[in-house]
Design a protein around this ligand. Structure first.
Ligand code: ZN
Length: 614
């Protein structure tokens, strides 16, 4: 099967298409999009149209047809069309009888009211369209040019931001956009509304930054940072492999996450990321991540991820490459962009990467490769005790690439790094874009690009469930894990008077949430004091040593004082009360720190690894 996601705007200008979707928004206040799908050039007695069940990049079956309704099929088009028979073949595929007509139309509405980066969201003020959830495809005709006609009120919604290419300028009926094939259409979300759009040119390509939010944003500042990201990443890969790229940034309360596309990305953040300095760095790291994906996963990709089967799970064991590597690079690139200092970058690696992995008991239960393969049921449908069952391939995959990068730099005497491996994978993509990469091919490319043998080590890390060899590998770049907290300075108050001794909050191994005043256990770590004491998810903590607890602070306070002897905890489960003894411990999460008094070589390799100007 042919597969290509490459498109330039000039390829669509003035084209015609036999498959067109007219999208209208008269019922946007009810979160409805009306779709008229016109299929011309029909030569067979039956045409099968299918609604995708998932969106590439988000590995979960979402059954978008569940949000579809009022489906009607017609032969002919426009005013002269008449109803024709149709029948569902399965939950998402409709078989339409053409009855000899060369044009058929399928009309339906989509309820679009789920606000994430991978679902559509429409209301009276804007429309965010994920076309996998809006546009059915025609079986056997996905390689044709597809057009989308947006029929919205352009005085209310003047801005349209999408990687779909304009087909004609200033159309009277609406905004006509196009894709060279269905895969590109499915990969091109559209933001329509009154949002702000800024533009810049970098690496010889056009860039648009679409900022959809009700909040006040310093758009100039944000655009400058985005341009810096483009500059740093295109420099790493030797140019921009597109003519135009669209950054869609959505800021609304509680938002989070991103989704990558070939010529665009969707980045959702809480509005605090626009005003709080630390959170803003998180947004820039997300932008680095999703933008990096235009190379790694949209183009350099596991062989299972393109061409896609939109009807069911597309399994791959290689999300450690797609997401692990991208997670390693997002904070590294944030640092290279100058958004964080060396110290801040090392702290982020320690806290958000290595340290976080130490808090996941599931790293001992499942390999990273299996966690990737089962993403559809694990990461994307996490059970409440998922933290005990598997490590995220983002998290552990990222840490594995930190180790791999350090190993390559050390074992090539600083001559090569993961950057060289990435550039080699990029060359491999350019030599045959239609075909993805196998794991074997990936190992071979890394070894060829860096002259360092990594195959067996990398496989053992990806397949293993034992602790990674942090100190052995990281010593090469002058880093190590520190397991014990340094004794802290005595706390003083006033005129350097010693303060009272305050017990340190201990580790119990439960995650407790205050749910309307009830202290509910929402997670229990395998092997933890809480598990050994016999607590489970959804137990409600009532009292500690016969003292009623009503807040999380109170619970921590009571337990801290009872670390040595244990505390009697009274709890509620399924209508009954029980009491058991829990023995909290002091647990130290290892910190990633720089080796004191590094050798000249360690210092040199560390500087090589943290080089900003490539
Ligand atoms: Zn990602």
């Amino acid at each position: 099967m042919m597969y290509s996601i490459e498109q330039r705007d000039d390829q669509l200008l003035g084209t015609t298409a036999a498959i067109t979707y007219e999208l209208s928004f008269d019922r946007a206040p009810q979160h409805l999009v009306k779709v008229v799908m016109r299929i011309e050039g029909v030569t067979s007695p039956e045409v099968v149209v299918v609604m995708p069940s998932w969106s590439p990049g988000s590995y979960k079956i979402r059954d978008y047809a569940g949000w579809q309704g009022n489906v009607r099929a017609y032969k002919g088009s426009g005013a002269s069309r008449v109803a024709t028979t149709s029948q569902w073949r399965d939950k998402a595929a409709l078989v339409v009888s053409s009855e000899g007509a060369s044009t058929i139309e399928v009309e339906y509405v989509i309820y679009a009211h789920e606000r994430t980066v991978r679902t559509s969201h429409v209301n009276r003020f804007h429309a965010f369209l994920m076309l996998t959830s809006i546009c059915m495809y025609v079986e056997g005709r996905t390689q044709e040019i597809h057009h989308v006609l947006l029929k919205h009120d352009r005085s209310l919604w003047p801005s349209v931001s999408t990687a779909l290419s304009p087909v004609q300028s200033g159309g009277a009926t609406g905004v006509l956009l196009g894709a060279l094939n269905y895969d590109i259409l499915a990969d091109s979300p559209i933001e329509i509304g009154d949002h702000a759009v800024t533009t810049f040119t970098e690496a010889g390509a056009q860039h648009e930054v679409a900022i959809a939010t009700n909040y006040n944003v310093d758009t100039d500042w944000l655009t400058k940072q985005v341009q810096q990201i483009v500059k740093v990443e295109t420099t790493m890969f030797g140019g921009a492999p597109y003519d135009r790229y669209v950054f869609i940034i959505q800021a609304y309360p509680g938002a989070g996450g991103g989704l990558e596309h070939a010529r665009s990305s969707v980045n959702a953040v809480d509005p605090s990321a626009l005003t709080d300095k630390t959170k803003a760095v998180g947004l820039l790291s997300l932008l680095c991540h999703e933008y990096f994906h235009l190379w790694n996963v949209k183009r350099i990709r596991p062989k299972e991820l393109g061409p896609f089967d939109y009807t069911k799970e597309n399994y791959t064991s290689m999300l450690w490459l797609a997401e692990g590597l991208t997670s390693y690079y997002d904070d590294l690139l944030t640092y290279r962009c100058g958004f964080t200092t060396t110290k801040e970058y090392l702290e982020a690696l320690s806290k958000d990467h290595v340290g976080r992995l130490f808090m996941v008991p599931g790293r001992e239960a499942m390999s990273t490769r299996d966690s990737s393969f089962l993403a559809w049921l694990k990461l994307y449908m996490q059970s409440p005790d998922g933290n005990n069952r598997f490590p995220s391939y983002y998290l552990k995959g990222g840490v594995i690439f930190l180790l791999l990068d350090a190993y390559i730099i050390d074992h090539s005497d600083g001559k090569y790094s993961m950057d060289d491996a990435m550039r080699e994978m990029w060359k491999r993509y350019l030599s045959d874009p239609s075909r993805g990469m196998s794991e074997e091919e990936c190992y071979a490319i890394v070894e060829q690009a860096t002259s360092v043998q990594i195959r067996e080590r990398l496989i053992s890390w990806l397949d293993g469930t034992t602790e990674l060899p942090y100190d052995e590998i990281l010593a090469g770049v002058g880093l190590k894990l520190e397991y014990a907290d340094k004794p802290s300075e005595p706390v003083t108050f006033g005129d350097k008077r010693p303060f009272a001794s305050v017990p340190q909050a201990p580790y119990v191994g439960w995650q407790v949430a205050d749910v309307s005043g009830k202290l509910m256990i929402k997670g229990v770590d395998d092997g933890s004091p809480a598990a050994e004491a016999g607590f489970g998810i959804d137990d409600e903590i009532v009292a500690v040593d016969d003292r009623r607890v009503a807040s999380l602070a109170q619970l921590d306070h009571y337990l801290a004082a009872r670390r040595q002897q244990g505390a009697r905890v009274t709890a509620h489960c399924d209508g009954r009360i029980f009491t058991t003894t829990v023995r909290p411990i002091l647990r130290t999460i290892p910190k990633l720190v720089e080796i004191e008094n590094p050798s000249a070589r360690q210092q040199q390799m560390r500087d090589r690894w943290l080089r900003r100007n490539l």
